[in-house]
Design a protein around this ligand. Sequence first.
Ligand code: TRP
Length: 361
Amino acid sequence: MAKIILTGDRPTGRLHIGHYVGSLRERVKLQNSGTYDKIFIMIADAQALTDNADNPEKIRQNIIEVALDYLACGLDPEKSTIFIQSQIPQLPELCAYYMNLVTVSRLQRNPTVKAEIQSRNFEASIPVGFFTYPISQAADITAFQATTVPGGEDQVPMLEQTREIVRKFNSTYGKALTEPDILLPSNEVCQRLPGIDGKAKMSKSIGNCIYLSETADEIKKKVMNMYTDPDHIRLSDPGKITGNTVFTYLDAFCTAEHFKRYLPDYDNLDELKTHYQRGGLGDVKVKKFLYAILMEYLEPIKKRRTELEKNIPAIYKMLQDGSQKARAVAAQTLKAVKSAMKINYFDDDELIKEQVKRFQR
Ligand code: TRP
């Protein structure tokens, strides 16, 4: 069976380093591994509108930001089809049919939707489109017959729901859809990088992100202000590692090579952690180390982004071409779905013959 990837992001802002370690870095690796037959990367503007209906301009502005971030990180349109969700009308059409296979109570039990309803204060008035977005996400995934969906742990409930829909569809109408698996980032801390304030998750609304497109000065300021161990006051004080954002980021970013380059007195992160816990290691030294590592990752990304920004029309052209390709693939799946559901009246010669017979006297 062909190995096919589909994944994507809501274009509600520029991408940050949480996206980078949680998904982008992984996607580029997968893309360049050569083990996948097809890769689809979707800018989920229609999904973003489910909780931003009153702010289409925000979504419109961020399409290009996300596309630039993708390419700057190394996604290559020659190898990965990058497209815009709203340009694929087959997706809402599939979604409409899948809606018959899902109950309201099943949607209400989706933990990611539950958490999002709370965080958006939607309890009293949930937009129907938002409530049903897991079904639309099942359409996104199945339209491309994806076998693999790289994503963070918040996507696990979405994949479960998608798999249920696929099984229900295939058992009701005959096999037309592929059951996908999620692919989580291999490094646990990468699945949910906290914000620089140590809060649960990087989030634009809290303002605790480091963006991929930020300047070196801005990044330095943010790293120097990062939340560490509030009880680690004097250099000689023993420090805590758990909940210490600087060490969490080091877990996500640093390798033995980085120690050779910037902190040759230590062999690896465990040694650095032990010293910090014993006391005698200052926050500033660790923060400078983290800053050097971050810049090693972010500098080439920013350089490529600056180049890409010089030819914006080419980015839109890439998105348009990608959307056209994606549309053709989704159309094939929709055709198979409609034929499985027996709503393919005009390309079923048998049907017309049967009906001719039925009405012969
Ligand atoms: N829900 C994803 C997010 O919050 C975006 C998305 C939409 C997606 N459709 C998808 C991800 C299909 C993976 C597969 O960013």
